[in-house]
Design a protein around this ligand. Structure first.
Ligand SMILES: [Zn+2]
Ligand SMILES: [Zn+2]
Length: 154
């Protein structure tokens, strides 16, 4: 945790920004909830628990700054809510998401798996790919297990 904060601090410094206490509080919440895909409001409520003096506008500006510096990615799973996702350190590409249409769970795939697809796109459309976003919509293994249990108990 501390080393990651140090590294984020350096990333901010190299773009002439400081890791102010307000920004640090926001970064800590993102690190503590790395798998959670929080909205700005979620982040704000968690920041407020520890630092009640920090306002929503400050949290919002920090999230926008972190997005601009590519420390976090802003994503939308189709429900109209922007969510913030820490970028994996050293990741060349943004990870993929599995969104469950039954329980709303969001799981991640860190493996890229898209090299062949990208090669085809680059060749056929003469497009230089820098990144991608991929969201799969379906039924997670937990919901599938639940369905199976219900079937066998009937
Ligand atoms: Zn994610
Ligand atoms: Zn599910």
């Amino acid at each position: 945790m501390e080393t990651r904060i140090e590294r984020i601090k350096k990333q901010l410094h190299s773009s002439s920004y400081k890791l102010t206490p307000q920004r640090e509080a926001t970064v800590r919440v993102l690190l503590e909830h790395e798998e959670d895909h929080l909205s700005a409001e979620d982040v704000y409520l968690l920041v407020k628990e520890k630092s009640p003096e920090i306002g929503l506008a400050t949290v919002y500006r920090t999230l926008e700054l972190l997005t601009e510096l590519k420390i976090v990615d802003k994503i939308n799973f189709g429900d109209g809510v922007s969510r913030y996702d820490l970028r994996q350190e050293g990741a060349a590409h943004f990870h993929h998401h599995l969104v469950c249409i039954e329980c709303g769970a969001v799981d991640e795939i860190q493996e890229d798996l898209l090299e062949e697809v990208e090669a085809v796109v680059e060749r056929r459309w003469n497009f230089k790919i820098k990144d991608h976003r991929l969201t799969f919509h379906g039924i997670c293994y937990r919901c599938q297990d639940k369905e199976k249990d219900e079937e066998t108990s009937e």
